[in-house]
Design a protein around this ligand. Structure first.
Ligand code: NAP
Length: 285
């Protein structure tokens, strides 16, 4: 089986490494299609891929499965570009963290003899690019697939089998449902984490002392603010509606806590903190 990976960064590189290391690694030919010659050279030298090219159409022409692992804003443009270079029966998937608009566009752009199934691995790091890629990135992590009524049953099964080789656990969600879920647990938290850091960054008095005293609590609460801004922009703009809905819900929750603090309402504060403590402890037992 020939697997082409368009975009060899953290996610694309990690998929290549995980597939090669998997039980079926020797049966798979991994074709890397990065943007730059330097990335291609690095991927070949480190044997992350078996072969590669920066010629997009040529790279995908013989592939059975194509993973599109570029920034979100490029996914549909790339699908449009490769559509007629793919062989009949080829399966195309992506890894972008927004799904509704990408899935709808991909299904309308690709020719009928090529199958699309959206995907999104719930695994990542603040560090990006090929140097950060690792074979164990998806182990025991959730990998969301977003098949629709239009998806080909056999393509969904074949992709599920391939992704299982990454060590990930598959969860199937409708694209709209996916976007709401991810807005809540990934995109809205990034907005809050960045706003929290900026509250200190823009603070006029005692900022130096605040930074000196900041310890593990501040570091843990703001970890995701260190991510690549380009990824954040894409998340907020491609999952706009769901992100804004979740930011509104967050503001309501903060306002409830603010009111309890303002009124010195010990019971209300305790109730809200206890609810958060119990819910979080249930998630990370
Ligand atoms: P990344 O490390 O920055 O990698 C993106 C890669 O895409 C880079 O290697 C870049 O090439 C390449 N690229 C850019 N434009 C291209 C083009 N026109 N043609 C071919 N390749 C191109 O980013 P990433 O973290 O892997 O993110 C990629 C995708 O994964 C995004 O859609 C994101 O939503 C999704 N995702 C990310 C995470 C995460 O935690 N980072 C988690 C889940 C899903 P160069 O190296 O040459 O610049």
């Amino acid at each position: 089986m020939k697997v082409a990976i368009v975009g060899l960064g953290l996610i694309g590189g990690s998929i290549a490494l995980a597939l090669k290391k998997s039980t079926r690694g020797s049966e798979l030919t991994i074709i890397g299609i990065p943007r730059r010659e330097e990335t291609l050279k690095e991927a070949l030298e480190k044997t992350i891929i078996d072969e590669g090219t920066i010629d997009l159409k040529k790279g995908v022409s013989d592939a059975d499965v194509v993973f599109i692992c570029t920034p979100i804003s490029l996914v549909t443009q790339i699908i449009d570009e490769i559509g007629h270079s793919l062989k009949p029966g080829a399966i195309v998937t992506d890894v972008a963290s927004s799904k509704e608009s990408i899935v709808a566009k991909a299904e309308s752009l690709l020719p009928p003899e090529v199958f699309f199934v959206g995907g999104h691995p719930m695994a990542g790091r603040e560090k990006v690019k090929l140097a950060a890629a690792e074979s164990g990135l998806f182990k025991d992590r959730i990998y969301i697939l977003t098949p629709t009524k239009k998806s080909d049953r056999h393509a969904v099964k074949a992709l599920t089998d391939l992704i299982t080789l990454l060590g990930a656990k598959i969860l199937k969600l409708d694209p709209v449902e996916h976007d709401r879920v991810v807005a809540a647990i990934s995109h809205m938290p990034l907005a809050i984490s960045a706003a929290l850091v900026n509250t200190i960054a823009e603070h006029k008095h005692h900022q130096k002392e605040m930074v000196t005293c900041a310890s593990t609590g501040f570091r843990d609460t703001t970890r995701i603010a260190s991510g690549d801004p380009a990824l954040g922009i894409d998340m907020f703009l491609t999952n706009n509606e769901a992100v804004l809905e979740m930011i509104d819900e967050f503001k309501s929750a903060l306002t409830r806590l603010e009111a309890a603090i303002r009124e010195h309402d010990t019971d209300a504060i305790a109730k809200l903190l206890k609810q958060a403590q119990n819910f979080r402890d249930d998630i990370y037992r």
